[in-house]
Design a protein around this ligand. Sequence first.
Ligand code: ZN
Length: 201
Amino acid sequence: MSGHLVACHECDLLQRLPEVPPGAQARCGRCGYVLARPKTDSIERTIALLVAGVFLFAIFNAFPFLAFKKEGFVQQSHLATGIVQLFRQGMTGVGCLVALTTIIAPGLQMAMFLYVLVPLRFGRRAPGMFRVFRYLNVIAPWGMVEVFMLGVLVSIVKLAKMATIVPGPAVWALVALMFTLAAASAALDPHEVWDRWEVRQ
Ligand SMILES: [Zn+2]
């Protein structure tokens, strides 16, 4: 490979990018903007983090979220039952938003990432991977587990006056999921995805 043409994001200078070894970086010849900074084993590390994310996501959905204890009475709540409660109380909009930002968007995001990356890891291209990889940018802003976490913390503080609140395994899974997803998107080098995609064409 003799490298490919790239346009600088800052000054639009078109230049041929050489093969950049991991750990090094290529800068624009005119303005010094960083054009490429390859990460070592980017795809492998992203897949590993995503697999961990899928497990945490399963725990987050399957285990109790919070337990309320009051006068010997214990009530456990799961994320799904919480969403169902929102619908029953007529808060359809809030219910949809919680379902979208905590279950649908993060779940879809991880599934789409793995759909593109796993075949690529083994030198194959998933059908339509180009489009799927682009749609990821549309879905990403809707995965807002950290906003949800903030909401949970606020409600724990407020409800603590009325009952004893015990965070369930799902809360810890959610905290870990937050960091795992952030690490996965930081580990991925989109250039490597395009490079491997081109090689297989
Ligand atoms: Zn430039």
